[in-house]
Design a binder for this molecule. Structure first.
Ligand code: ADP
Ligand code: MG
Length: 699
């Protein structure tokens, strides 16, 4: 279905010279793909900076520390003495003003003799330093002769890397990819392009990866803005198509007589809060209308969204239809299931779970029962998206922690039934304008009250060098019979490094506190993770050291102390989520935020907000002020960014235009049949919003 014109973009990167299976794996990591990356993934990998090689001083005028390209004559080599390969190979070079030493550690044999023939002229480019009274350049970035100089880019983009991939490798691959980029029909309005000084799409790609000046690298350069605008328009068009299709397809009224809801409420060990009642009423009113519901249920961690979701599900189950509840992680799915199962059972509702972990016969059997309508509510993870998961009659999809899923996935779930109503829950309140932008039209319910009996959390900030006092305090809490979370820092992008830190902390704490200490981290097998959580929930262990896997939703009401190491490295929303793990029972809770000094301005502000308030709505507002939209939405941390090029900070101002543009386009040309419409289809394919294209076809 995709226009052939776009084929080059979707060719596998292994079609590029020099990228075999091993290097391909590295690109998967770099580009965040589970599958073989395609040229489009590479081309949308944006540089984060640039090296300017235009400075061409005489050696006498070189500022040590700067990047320069200098013309030198090779005078002599001083290789490392035999057997002493720690000693660098030095090359003495000069121009008519001064000398330069080129330093190489462990060079390949004969390589340097060929690269630097004595007596010849070379251009070397790299960072200079002053060392041993000499001007030096250690491992020049580029060495070329007169001929090569013409091809030496004056400004070189710098890309984010992953271990095993160098700038050189990426630059080379990028060059190869750029050479395959075809000219595409223009999908943007010509007048708009002119007004903004935006280049054509393919020229914009070239300008971003082969910048002609330093400003070309900036996110707000015309080329980069053009690509960002393309991405925003594609997303707004996709949302518009979803909206249009939602409107076309009539909904179904599906809320029953209330008998299951009454049975569940009767089985609850507490009574619903006023906000829970209100949210439920709004949801049931939506469900009862013959229109599609798309509603967002926002409420702080611990505000009791799960039971509202269950009651909403019960309403559709009363009409003999089915509900699905999807969680972002395995732990969460299991926990929801654990909460839901006894209540469902009390009301005679058949609940089941399906994640990646159910396999073989058990899984087949569950899928068969689902298809026959013998399961009323299915709780699960991403596994619910799979094609084999077929409902007899799905009426309501509840998606927990929405921002981790994209529009695609929402559509995939909606397509599993007829006129499926959507309830999206999130613990990170999202300002209204952002909801519109990122998720399209939605109604919103809020749970602002905390369930009764909760006590405020005593939050303190403590410098890391007082960690021994903290360990003592934890000891007292443990003696007192309390349960403690100890969250280890996010050290690096790399999970392995984080893990090492958590393991070290675990070892020292276990030495001190013995067998009641346990460890849970993201690299553990699912079953082991659950088992660790179970032991902690049961009180068999009482000090749980973890990486951030406990971030979302885990519910152990007996836990009353939380220590967060290097709290300055966490975002506000994340700290709030983490802290939400405690203060869930009736006991008094304490949160200790350990930070490393000196604190930056933003980190300081964040910790202050944490100390001052537990109100998630206020925290979200502060977060927005401090860090911008991307973090509020969690797109950056979730590992599932919905935008690859556009960033809220640099391109947010383009959003209203993209939204208006999309509306106008769809009003005039709802099935994208015009000349421009066809070009816009290319755009949708290019940014892989083509799920939405199917909606056009569905009519
Ligand atoms: P959320 O998903 O909003 O973070 P949960 O649904 O996990 O919160 O609820 C947190 C805890 O509060 C659960 O243990 C739940 O049983 C309990 N709870 C929910 N509603 C109430 C209520 N109205 N009164 C008392 N406890 C409640
Ligand atoms: Mg929850």
């Amino acid at each position: 279905m995709r226009p052939n014109l776009l084929d080059p973009f979707f060719a596998s990167i292994t079609s590029l010279a020099g990228i075999g299976p091993k290097v391909e794996k590295l690109y998967r990591r770099l580009l965040g793909r589970d599958d073989v990356p395609r040229l489009v993934d590479l081309l949308f990998h944006m540089p984060t900076g640039a090296i300017d090689r235009r400075a061409r001083p005489k050696l006498r005028d070189v500022q040590p520390g700067s990047v320069v390209t200098v013309k030198v004559t090779v005078d002599r080599h001083r290789p490392a003495p035999p057997g002493r390969d720690r000693v660098p190979h030095l090359i003495y070079a000069s121009d008519d003003t001064a000398d330069l030493v080129l330093t190489y550690f462990r060079p390949r044999k004969d390589y340097l003799e060929k690269l630097f023939p004595v007596g010849e002229t070379r251009y070397v480019s790299g960072t200079t330093a002053f060392y041993d009274g000499m001007l030096q350049m250690v491992h020049p970035d580029r060495v070329v002769d007169e001929k090569g100089l013409a091809a030496l880019p004056a400004i070189e983009p710098v890309y984010p890397l992953t271990e095993g991939l160098s700038e050189n490798m990426i630059t080379k691959a990028m060059e190869a990819a750029l050479s395959k980029v075809p000219q595409l029909p223009e999908w943007q309005d010509e007048a708009w392009l002119k007004r903004n000084g935006f280049p054509a799409f393919s020229n914009a790609l070239i300008a971003v990866h082969r910048p002609s000046d330093i400003a070309g690298i900036e996110p707000d350069s015309p080329a980069r803005s053009r690509l960002a605008y393309d991405e925003l328009l594609a997303s707004q068009l996709a949302l518009g198509l979803v909206r249009a299709s939602n409107k076309r397809s009539k909904g179904r009224a599906h809320a029953g007589d209330g008998h299951l809801r009454r049975a569940i409420i009767a089985a609850l060990p507490y009574s619903l809060t006023l906000s829970q009642h209100r949210a439920l009423d709004a949801i049931v009113a939506d469900l009862s209308k013959p229109e599609r519901m798309v509603r967002l249920l926002q409420g702080d961690v611990g505000s009791g969204k799960t039971v509202v979701a269950l009651l909403a599900s019960a309403a559709v189950i009363e009409t003999r239809r089915q509900a699905a509840l999807m969680a972002p992680t395995e732990i969460l799915a299991r926990q929801h299931f654990k909460t839901i199962a006894p209540l469902a059972e009390a009301a005679g509702v058949r609940a089941e779970i399906l994640t990646g972990r159910e396999r073989g016969k058990e899984r087949d059997e569950r899928l068969a029962r689902l298809a026959k309508g013998e399961i009323d509510i299915l709780v699960g993870t991403h596994a619910l998206f799979q094609d084999e998961v077929v409902f007899r009659d799905l009426a309501l999809a509840v998606i927990d922690e929405q921002h981790r899923f994209g529009v695609h996935q929402r559509l995939a779930l909606a397509n599993k039934g007829e006129a499926v109503d959507m309830l999206v829950t999130t613990a990170t309140p999202i300002p209204r304008t952002l909801v519109l932008t990122y998720f399209g039209d939605m109604d919103i319910s809020e749970l602002r009250e905390k369930p009764a009996g909760r006590q405020p959390i005593d939050t303190r900030t403590i410098p890391l060098d007082r960690i021994n006092d903290v360990v003592e305090a934890v000891g007292r809490a443990l003696d007192d019979g309390q349960r403690v979370y100890w969250v280890c820092p996010l050290v690096e992008e790399s999970e392995n490094v984080d893990l090492a830190a958590a393991e070290d902390r675990f070892k020292t704490l276990r030495k001190r506190f013995g067998g009641i200490t346990d460890l849970v981290h993201g690299k553990m097998r699912g079953a082991d993770k659950d088992e660790a959580m179970r032991r902690f929930a049961a009180g068999e262990t009482r000090l749980l050291v973890s990486t951030t896997v406990i971030e979302v939703g885990v519910d152990v009401p007996e836990a009353t102390v939380m220590v967060i190491e290097h709290a300055e490295r966490f975002g506000l929303a994340q700290l709030h989520q983490l802290r939400g793990r405690i203060g869930r029972g009736s006991g008094k809770s304490t949160c200790l935020l350990l930070y490393r000094t000196p604190l930056g301005e933003i980190a300081k502000a964040r910790l202050t907000v944490m100390r001052e308030t537990e109100d998630g709505f206020r925290i979200a507002e502060e977060d927005l002020k401090l860090r911008g939209e991307g973090d509020v939405l969690g797109t950056r941390q979730s590992g599932m960014p919905s935008f690859r090029i556009a960033s809220p900070e640099a391109h947010g101002h383009l959003l209203p235009a993209a939204r208006d543009d999309a509306q106008l386009i769809l009003a005039r040309d709802p099935v994208l049949a015009s000349e421009r419409g066809k070009a816009l289809l290319c755009l949708l394919y290019l940014f892989e919003r083509d799920d939405a294209i199917r909606l056009i076809k569905a009519g």
